[in-house]
Design a protein around this ligand. Sequence first.
Ligand code: HEM
Length: 472
Amino acid sequence: MIGEALTYTRRIARTLRRGADDPRLPPMPPGQPLIGHARALREDPVHHFVRWGTTVADVVRLSVPGADLAYVFHPDGVRHVLQSNAKNYSKQTRAFAKMRMFLGNGLVTSDGDFWKRQRRIAAPAFHRQRVEAFGDTMTRATADVLARWEKVPAGVSVDVGRELMTLTMRIASETLLGKDLSDTADAVGDAITFLVKNTNDRITRLVDLPLSVPTAENRRYVAAVRTVDAVLTALVAERRRNPGGHQDLLAMLLEARDEETGEGMTDVQLRDEAVTIFSAGHETTSNALAWTFLLLARHPGEAARVYAEVDAALQGRTPTVADLPAMPFARNVIQEAMRLHPPAWITDRCAIADDEVCGYHIPAGTQVLVSPWATHRDPRFWDDPEAFDPDRFTPERSAGRPQFAYFPFGGGPRICIGNAFAMMEAQLLLAQISQRYRLELAPGAHVVEERGVTLRPGPTLPMRPRLRLAAR
Ligand code: HEM
C-alpha cells in the first residue's frame, strides 16, 4: 500500500512538472493539492467536462494519482481518437481492466488481433437483415408486458426501469443466445446491476483491493459473477450437447473456426462473449428507453406528437420493422433522449505512441477520456443544449453538424456492434408501448441520473401506465 501511494505521488509530481516545461501539452484546469482532479472525476465528471471544454480548452490534461489523463471535448478530437487514428488507442486502461474482471476478454474489453477475429466472427449476426428478423420476438415479448400492465389497478405505479430491464433482457437472451432466461431474470438482473455499479466504484476509487481480499464487497462481487456464470455456462454446455438448428449469435460463435488452426472457441471464450453480449445488449437499450419515457412524461407536447404519429402509422396494428420509417419523430425522440442521457456516457483509451489531438501533444501512455454526455452539450453544435428538442435530429437541422458531435454508440472500428439492433428495438418498443399507454411519472417520484458504467434514471422509475383513449 505504501509503495502504491509513493508511486502515485511520484506520478502526480511528474505530471505537474511536465506541464510546467512542455508548452505543447494541453492546458490543465486548476485541481486540488495532492489529489489533483480525482475528486472532480469521481463526484461529478460530466459537468466538469462541459465546464473545462467550454472555458479551458478542447483538450485538457488532468492529474489523478496513478494516471496521466487527457479529456477530449471537441468532436474533431473525438473522431481522431475513436476513428482516424484509432490504431494508436488501445483499451489497456484501468476502466477496461475493471470491466474485464467480470466480462472477461469479450468483444467490449479485448484488443488487437484477438478482438479483430472475434468481431469478424460476430459481425454477421448483427447485419441488418439478420437483426430485422428479430422484430417479431421483440414485439411478442413487449405484448406480454402490456398484457401484464392491464392488471395494474388504476393509480398504482410500476417501476418502469425494472420492467424495461427485464423486457430487454428477455429479448437479448432469446435473440442472441437463443433462450428465454427471464425465469432467472431477477437473479441475473440483480447480479448484473450490482456488477455494473460496483465496477464503476472500482474504476473511480483511488485504491481498489483485489478480489482475493475477502471484504464483504468482494464476496458479494464474486457471488454475483458466479450467478451470471452459472446461467451462461449452463447455456453454453446445453448448446454444445444439442446444437440444434439455431440462427442466433451463440450458434455462430459455436460454429466459428480459426482460419489457421481450425480450432473452435474454448468454453472460456464462449462464456466471455456470451456475458459481454448479454450485458452490453440489454442494459444500455433499457436505459435509453427509460430516459425516453421519462422525458416524454415531462414533455406532454412531444408525447402527444409521438401518439399522433404512432396512431397514424399503425392504425392499431402491432408495429413491424417495415413501419419504422413512417415514425421519424419517435426515432428523433429516442436520439434526443440519448443525446441528453447517453447510456454509455464515457469511454477511454490508452495512447500507444505519442500523438497530436486538436493541436495538443498527447504523450504515449496517456489515458484519453471522451464523453458523449459532455460533447452532446457543446454549445457550438447544439443550441440551448439542456433543452429537450427532438426536432434537432431532422435532416434539415442535422445538416452541417460534425459526425462526432453526437456519438451515443461510439465510432470508428470499435463502434457499437449492436447499434442497428438497439435502434430497432427502441423504436419498436416505444411505438408499441405508446400505442397503448401513456406513462405518467408517479407523484412525488424523485428520479436522478445514476452514473455507473451506464447511465440510468434511478434509483427507481415509478410510473403509472394509463390506457390511452385511442387504444381502448
Ligand atoms: C442504446 C443502446 C446501446 C448503446 C448506447 C451502446 C453503446 C455502445 C458504445 C458507446 C460502444 C463503444 C464503447 C467504446 O468505444 O469504448 C459499444 C460497444 C459495444 N456494444 Fe453497444 N450499445 C447499445 C446497445 C448494444 C446492443 C443491443 C448490443 C448487442 C446486442 C451491444 C453490444 C456491444 C458490443 C459487443 C460492443 C463492443 C464492440 C467492439 O468493440 O467491437 N450494444 N456500445
